[in-house]
Design a protein around this ligand. Structure first.
Ligand code: GYE
Length: 321
């Protein structure tokens, strides 16, 4: 009898301990082995983002990871609020794609104090304290900008006036794609960026800014858009101004989402640098490793390619996004 009591008491204790570390949501890994991830997404601004969100949701389901998902509508304060709520819920791991590079130290310190590991995905942050996150999974945006510039250097004939549609101001892909492109064209004095402005990575933003560029410049040769969506908006603006996109004005974009690839194959865009949004499976793998306390690389770079018009036509049937 005495022995039975002891075992029963031990069992009760174990249960209490599991609950205690499980947090209020009862979703902590200690409960039944299920990992809960809080994911703070940027928004739904582009075809790339839609494909990225689908990839993350599908991969979580496949990996049996419980996903708490939020859409910040491209606002940093919304993302910070989402991260705080994940901290409060005591999730096992937080992942997010920072809308802009700076201003994250305070909230990430809160996550660190609560012992919740953070994974950066897609976009990087600009902070001296690299202990605030475990790893960064995403593309090399500077390299993407270089590839765009390289194509132009190889294909430009004579004086070439470029207008640039930048991504969201302060976002890593906007800063880096600009930097990589400028670096490569710097040695070509014939190529000049005559106007540059943000279109916030949206089709409507790209269209609006391109309309303004067309009103103030009658000598535009090339559009360099930091994503397909803005390039697609520029196509509409160019058509409305009575010109042929891809011919009268050449267009270079980044992403290679389906709508962009279709426009490339149709001759309306001239060159696309790929940026792969299918990060879900890799993210879930990293999350499992991080939660298990395993070492993960500081940086995981996504492999990418580029597409000419002919290559787009050949690749389109097999594209997943
Ligand atoms: O290129 C753009 C999206 O952060 C890589 O964000 C991502 C970028 C992508 O809105 O289409």
């Amino acid at each position: 009898m005495k022995r039975f009591t002891t075992v029963a008491a031990a069992l009760v204790l174990t249960t209490v301990t599991a609950c205690g570390s499980g947090g209020s949501g009862g979703s902590d890994e200690a409960d039944d082995g299920t990992i809960t991830m809080g994911f703070a997404q940027v928004g739904a601004e582009s075809g790339w983002r839609t494909a990225n969100t689908q990839s993350i949701q599908q991969a979580a389901e496949d990996a049996g990871i419980e996903l708490q998902f939020s859409d910040a509508q491209q606002k940093q304060e919304n993302q910070i609020r989402a991260i705080r709520s994940y901290i409060q819920q005591d999730v096992d791991v937080i992942a997010f794609s920072p809308v802009v590079e700076t201003g994250w130290d305070a909230v990430l310190l809160e996550a660190q104090r609560a012992d919740i590991p953070v994974i950066l995905t897609d976009r990087a942050i600009d902070s001296d304290d690299t202990s605030l996150y475990e790893t960064f999974l995403g593309s090399d945006f500077v390299e993407e900008g270089r590839k765009a510039g390289q194509w132009l250097v190889e294909n430009a004939e004579g004086e070439t006036n470029v207008v640039e549609l930048q991504g969201t101001t302060g976002a890593a892909p906007a800063i880096d794609r600009k930097e990589g492109f400028e670096e490569v064209i710097a040695d070509s004095p014939d190529i000049e960026i005559i106007a540059t402005q943000t279109g916030d990575f949206t089709r409507s933003g790209g269209k609006e800014v391109m309309e303004a560029f067309l009103r103030s410049h009658d000598d535009i040769d090339v559009v360099y858009a930091h994503n397909d969506d803005m390039g697609l908006g520029a196509i509409e603006a160019i058509r409305a101004a009575g010109m042929e996109p891809g011919e009268d004005i050449q267009i270079i974009t980044v992403d290679a989402v389906e709508a962009g690839m279709e426009a490339l194959a149709a001759g309306e865009i001239n060159f696309i640098v790929e940026c792969n949004p299918l990060l879900g499976d890799q993210l879930m793998e990293l999350a499992e490793q991080v939660v298990a306390g395993e070492e993960v690389p500081e940086r995981v770079v996504v492999e990418e390619t580029t597409f000419t018009q002919e290559e787009a036509e050949a690749a389109l049937p097999d594209r997943q996004y």
